[in-house]
Design a protein around this ligand. Structure first.
Ligand code: NAD
Length: 464
């Protein structure tokens, strides 16, 4: 049996689908924690039942290798569900107020984790399952009703996601809307209690603007022009292997991959040599004939990447081949002479590895801060002291010291400044979807103590 086709949702259906989920929220169906856990359990088993469809969909959309799909798509979201379900009872518990006066203690102050309401999740194409279902899992766990809009640019994955969700989740609470710009705009015309968007900064701005009239809070998980900073004390073999991995996984279509490397002059020849070695080790027959190398998502992105390299003044040191028909771009190492080069100054979101030689760590830090002061990720390589120096003179969403693109699933993940705002993953995936509602209950017997707050105030200040 083949995979389902992606069918866009008729825009005229969108308001009623959204209002169904809103009505259900207002009926309090999703307040029940056991209900949420049952939904998550059903989702888990539906994903399990469709694991092969997920592999096939990612292969058709991105030529994503089975290993990458099982680790970073199906396996990832299954782990998310298990982690969330195991911890949910603990997370939903009321929190006691921290250190308080005795009078306030009698009011039994606490913080309740209330669901926000009816929320919208808009996904990106590169990890179509992980980046769409991950936030949705948190939203379900937190007791919201959820509308999910997968990326139309990964059409097979979007269709399989819909099949999984419709086979498992209560449709009065959870809906999938399929579509591109018009359908997303129709969604944005609705009123939401939170919008969680993963994608590029330009669309992120559109989302934030559309949310503003209703004061809808937004999480923006955007991209970044992520630098890797390689000091003279770095291990060239580790730099090459790890940085190559950051740009060959999903053919470099990873928001956390490094966009460019600033490498201490003295280390450049060795690093280049190690990149060539690592490339042979990773892809003995070349990336094109390897089952372990993805393709660029579509022609538009292929052409965008082609023009980036056409406009670069850099010198290709490794790779450089392309096949338009297959949307194949070889992992390509390029020595550039300025951060203004097209390969450094824009987010490539593809398998380019520009290297710029620098005099020292200070120059690298200054250059990196000049390209984008708040990237999504930052990758310092070197001694402990080098890494600390980089950490204390830069900003970024996250950092992997002496590594590439890595993010541990239980750490909060999100950008800062131009790479977005808000975070999720691990417990944060629950926290991001709740309102921490402070609650106090003043017993009637406390009235004698409380009477101090009522007018007339004369003489009362003295008692404090
Ligand atoms: P994108 O911004 O093109 O699309 C994301 C979503 O926005 C899609 O669902 C799409 O349908 C919708 N959309 C597109 N144009 C729109 C418009 N005019 N109005 C309303 N909605 C619109 O992003 P993409 O191409 O899917 O992903 C690539 C970008 O996302 C890169 O910049 C990458 O760094 C970033 N990204 C960030 C993260 C993260 O977690 N921070 C993860 C993956 C990708």
């Amino acid at each position: 049996m083949g995979l389902p086709d992606l069918k866009f949702t008729p825009t005229e259906e969108i308001p009623s689908r959204v209002s169904t989920t809103r009505k259900t929220f207002l009926e309090h169906k999703t307040r029940d924690v056991e209900f949420r856990l049952v939904q998550l359990r059903k989702l888990y088993w539906a994903i399990k039942d469709h694991e092969e469809d997920i592999v096939e969909a990612c292969a058709q959309d991105l030529n994503k290798p089975r290993f990458e799909t099982e680790v970073a798509e199906s396996g990832w979201i299954l782990n998310d569900i298990v982690f969330t379900s195991r911890n949910l009872h603990k997370w939903v518990k009321d929190e006691k107020a921290p250190d308080i006066d005795l009078t306030f203690k009698f009011m039994n102050p606490k913080i309740r984790k209330d669901p926000l309401g009816t929320v919208l999740v808009i996904g990106a194409f590169n990890f179509p399952f992980q980046l769409t279902m991950g936030p949705a899992i948190g939203a379900i766990a937190a007791g919201n009703t959820v509308v999910i809009k997968p990326s139309e640019n990964a059409p097979r994955s979007a269709a399989v996601m819909q099949k999984i969700i419709e086979a498992s989740l209560d449709p009065s609470c959870y809906q999938v809307i399929q579509g591109g710009v018009s359908e997303t705009q129709a969604l944005l015309a609705e009123r939401w209690d939170k919008i969680f968007f993963t994608g590029g900064a330009n669309v992120g701005r559109i989302i934030a603007k559309a949310a503003a009239p209703n004061l809808t809070p937004v999480v923006l998980e955007l991209g970044g022009i992520n630098p890797a900073i390689v000091s003279k004390n770095a291990n060239p073999r580790l730099v090459a292997r790890r940085m190559l991995w950051g740009k060959t996984m999903n053919a470099g279509q990873v928001c956390t991959s490094q966009n460019y490397l600033l490498v201490d002059n003295s280390l450049v020849p060795k690093v280049v040599e190690e990149f060539k070695k690592a490339y042979k080790e990773f892809f003995p027959k070349g990336a094109k004939d390897s089952p372990d190398y993805a393709r660029i998502i579509n022609d538009a992105h292929f052409q965008r990447l082609k023009s980036m390299i056409d406009n670069s003044n850099g010198k290709i040191l490794m790779g450089g081949t392309m096949d338009e028909k297959e949307r194949f771009i070889e992992p390509t190492l390029v020595q550039v002479d300025s951060v203004a080069d097209s390969l450094c100054s824009q987010e490539s979101f593809g398998p380019f590895i520009p290297i710029l030689p620098v005099e020292n760590l200070d120059e690298a830090i200054n250059l990196a801060n000049g390209v984008q002061s708040t990237p999504l990720g930052l990758y310092p390589f070197g001694s402990k002291a080098d890494v600390e120096k980089v950490l204390s003179s830069t900003r970024s969403g996250g950092v992997s010291c002496n590594d590439a693109a890595l993010h541990i699933p239980t750490l909060p993940f999100g950008g800062v400044g131009e790479s977005g705002y808000g975070a999720y993953r691990g417990r944060t995936s629950f926290d991001v979807w709740v309102h921490r509602r402070p609650i106090t209950s003043s017993p009637s017997w406390l009235e004698s103590l409380l009477s101090i707050r009522y007018p007339p105030y004369e003489g009362k200040l003295k008692t404090f």
